[in-house]
Ligand binder design. Sequence first.
Ligand SMILES: *[C@@H]1O[C@H](CO)[C@@H](O)[C@H](O)[C@H]1NC(C)=O
Ligand SMILES: *[C@@H]1O[C@H](CO)[C@@H](O)[C@H](O)[C@H]1NC(C)=O
Length: 140
Amino acid sequence: MSRFFLPLLITLTLHFVYAVSYVDNGITDEYTVFIVSAVSNNPKPLRIHCQSGDDDLGFHDIKSGENFNWSFRLNLISSTRYYCHFWWDSKEKSFDVFYYETVALKCQRPGPFTCVWIVRPEGFYLSNGNATWYKEYDWA
Ligand SMILES: *[C@@H]1O[C@H](CO)[C@@H](O)[C@H](O)[C@H]1NC(C)=O
Ligand SMILES: *[C@@H]1O[C@H](CO)[C@@H](O)[C@H](O)[C@H]1NC(C)=O
């Protein structure tokens, strides 16, 4: 094997892995994350800013009873992580709203996996979209 061939092969392989990790690859599971506001619109509605390492979803104001949602596929090494910053009524909080080793275990099918966060005055609850709610965080 030429001494140029192996580095070239490694480089091409890394490019391939990188490319398929960060596009909709059609292979890995698809997830949809919902952030639902269950806090008052007074003095101001819930404000969120969610992002992953390579995807900034921007700032959003969510009125009571409404939601912000987005869908993605896991990257091939399952390291996909989204975190959000939340502001409401002089409080703020920030945490991972999606991470394969923690949150994803509580997301449910059918169709794409669904991960539902409800933001209440007393804290943050995660559900599979059905009846079971897990309180995960306080505001403080
Ligand atoms: C998800 O968000 C879109 C806007 O991006 C909205 O039109 C849609 O109603 C939301 N889905 C649900 C189930 O509320
Ligand atoms: C919730 O449960 C109902 C009845 O068991 C089922 O039909 C529905 O698909 C479930 N929804 C989710 C998001 O898991």
